[in-house]
Design a protein around this ligand. Structure first.
Ligand code: SF4
Ligand code: SF4
Length: 170
């Protein structure tokens, strides 16, 4: 399907521009500097930040919000540092993810990360293997996270109010 054949609307780009992080999206003139700077785009043709910006500006809301490409960004900010138009690309991607989260389109792995943070203060639990290796190397056990402090942060940032739903963006 070509872009011309997609159902497009400017409402989506307006929605993005009015959210925190999305303000600069309309400055893009499609030069491609972001795509050529992106380490993820170098290893997979599934991901291209210029395309994400383009589709968003064209109003391809469903394709972006329900798809999995926005979750491939590794937030390195290479693109954002180099964009000649000062488009805050990585922040735009966060904005798109926030919209996707609100609509229940979150890959399972991110739901697991959120649960790990909320329950143990860690994205990845400390494995028995890691504990054993630390002991062998004479390192002390890893201290548990300060959950009281963490809960305050999660509450203050409203993270604890987010309802993560599994399985709709695989
Ligand atoms: S580098 Fe900036 S202006 Fe160029 S395509 Fe990417 S977002 Fe658009
Ligand atoms: S922040 Fe995301 S889009 Fe930008 S260069 Fe890094 S991986 Fe690519």
């Amino acid at each position: 399907m070509t872009y011309e054949e997609k159902s497009v609307s400017s409402k989506f780009s307006d929605e993005i521009r009015h959210r925190l992080g999305g303000e600069t999206i309309a400055f893009c003139y499609q030069c491609g500097t972001c795509a050529s700077s992106c380490p993820v785009a170098k290893v997979t043709d599934k991901y291209n930040p210029r395309e994400i910006i383009k589709l968003s500006l064209l109003g391809a809301r469903k394709e972006i919000v329900a798809g999995d490409t926005i979750w491939l960004c590794c937030s390195c900010y290479n693109c954002q540092e180099r964009c000649p138009q000062e488009v805050e690309i990585a922040d735009v991607i966060y904005t798109l993810r926030n919209i996707a989260i609100q609509e229940g389109n979150v890959p399972d792995i991110y739901v697991a990360f959120a649960e790990g943070i909320s329950n143990e203060g860690r994205i990845v639990p400390v494995s028995k293997f890691a504990e054993k290796k630390r002991e062998e190397y004479g390192l002390p056990p890893i201290k548990p996270a300060n959950m009281d402090a963490l809960r305050k942060i999660l509450q203050a940032t409203s993270f604890s109010k987010i309802q993560f739903k599994k399985g709709e963006a695989q």
